[in-house]
Design a protein around this ligand. Structure first.
Ligand SMILES: [Zn+2]
Length: 442
């Protein structure tokens, strides 16, 4: 298993100049090669091979007058830059052919002087010392080892972010370490007011760094917009905006790291709800609040840590009615308005906090599916998702839609009843309750 270990580093002024040169060279090599590939494509020719590109745009380019300065930096990052371009193209081609999972990959883009700068050194290009890291033709960089490296790394990337901070990111081979079993499981309900509610009733609040700094950020951005292009003032103003953005991101990431680590220490099984984050971000009223929280990042971190420490990570179907069902008796009380924070079950009389109830239901969904493994669930589920995709987008924020979705729901509840006889029992009503269960809208 490969992992990245990132450390802050502090190059001196001379090294900063040398690094700027290096970043520039990597960028030029990439951009030259990319421009050539695009040209070849327009001429209906095949994409040149990686070896060919390396020969033309590194080895031969060094001999020309207007690219002679490529020789002033280490050759390794230049080769890595073109290797990356090759990978980017492969990902793009595979995505076009449908061989690649997930989101479609775009065509590689030109690199800009203004965005984050990187250069990668593989073995032979760097050496690790006591409190310094040596990079070829750059020198010994002072580094802050915030934690030890577990193994000798296979490569290191030097990064300069838009807030002018430098980082070294090492790729290290790590093995999964299994934490001792705790025999505890938890379901987690994510929300806007309370970041996470655990099925044991625990509520975790998140820092909202963006919300807190919104005014300041707006002020900085306004000042930046009023500066003259290319002026020193503008660069200063840009840096101030970038630094604040970096601070906001750091606060968020730090919180999410601590929370996810705490959770995987305490639980063997962690269950989350599959939230349609990109869909929700389209809601302008909520998008800022949601991106401020970092749900997606929370899921990614938790999943990665579960894999590393041998924990069971589960995600339940987005359409499970987790916030409508009574976690005590299974009775479906129907859709609840957003402001209803507490409700009483009509069937058994249990009083529920809506977030805790949802978290318990999220956990229960997994225990139920484990109990009925004999049933072919997966196939039915994919069909459901397909059918429901469009109406849900519409009904997410609205009240119950018209007749069309009504019929859809009928077919759905029929399917569902065949799937889960035990759970569905008396629930074949035509209500669209299953549509509104994203806990944050409740
Ligand atoms: Zn009940």
């Amino acid at each position: 298993m490969k992992a990245r270990y990132k450390y802050r580093c502090y190059p001196n002024l001379i090294q900063q100049v040398q690094l700027a040169k290096l970043f520039g060279c990597c960028r030029v090599v990439w951009n030259d090669a990319l421009a050539h590939c695009i040209q070849e494509f327009k001429a209906n020719k095949k994409k040149p091979s990686n070896t060919e590109l390396q020969k033309v745009f590194i080895t031969q380019a060094k001999k020309t007058i207007n690219r002679a300065w490529l020789a002033e930096v280490s050759n390794i990052p230049l080769q890595q830059s073109l290797n990356d371009l090759n990978t980017a193209y492969q990902n793009f081609f595979n995505s076009c052919k449908g061989k690649r999972k997930g989101k479609t990959t775009r065509h590689p883009k030109f690199k800009s002087r203004k965005s984050k700068q990187t250069a990668r050194f593989r073995k032979g290009g760097f050496k690790i010392g006591q409190d310094k890291v040596y990079l070829t033709k750059v020198g010994k960089l002072k580094v802050h080892w915030s934690r030890p490296l577990p193994n000798p790394p296979s490569s290191v990337t030097i990064i300069k972010d838009s807030a002018n901070r430098y980082f070294l990111s090492f790729v290290v081979e790590t093995s999964a370490e299994h934490l001792p079993k705790t025999e505890n499981s938890t379901g987690i309900d994510l929300g806007i007011n309370t970041f996470a509610t655990l099925s044991n009733g625990e509520k975790i609040l998140a820092p909202k760094p963006l919300k807190k700094n919104l005014k300041k950020l707006a002020k900085f951005q306004r000042k930046f917009a009023h500066t003259e292009k290319g002026s020193r003032r503008r660069e200063k103003a840009r840096l101030r905006v970038a630094k604040l953005h970096a601070k906001i991101k750091d606060i968020r990431t730090d919180f999410l790291h601590k929370l996810s680590t705490d959770l995987i220490r305490r639980y063997d099984v962690i269950v989350l709800e599959d939230l349609n984050v990109s869909g929700m971000l389209r809601n302008r009223k909520l998008s800022k609040a949601i991106s401020d929280l970092g749900w997606r990042q929370f899921r990614t971190l938790t999943e990665a840590k579960c894999e590393k420490y041998g924990r069971d990570f589960r995600v339940i179907n987005r359409w499970e009615p987790t916030s409508q069902k009574c976690s005590n008796c299974g009775f479906r009380g129907g859709k609840k308005e957003l402001n209803v924070r507490e409700w009483t079950c009509l069937n058994c009389g249990a009083v529920h906090d809506r977030d805790i109830n949802a978290a318990v239901n999220i956990l229960n969904v997994v225990s139920e599916t484990v109990a009925e493994v004999t049933q072919p669930i997966t196939k039915v589920e994919t069909i459901e998702t397909e059918i429901l995709e469009t109406p849900v987008q519409l009904s997410l924020f609205n009240e119950v839609a018209g007749g069309q979705s009504e019929t859809l729901n009928k077919t759905r509840s029929r399917r569902k009843s065949t799937r889960k006889k035990a759970v569905a029992n008396n629930e074949s009503s035509t209500r669209l309750e299953s549509f509104k269960q994203l806990s944050l809208f409740d």
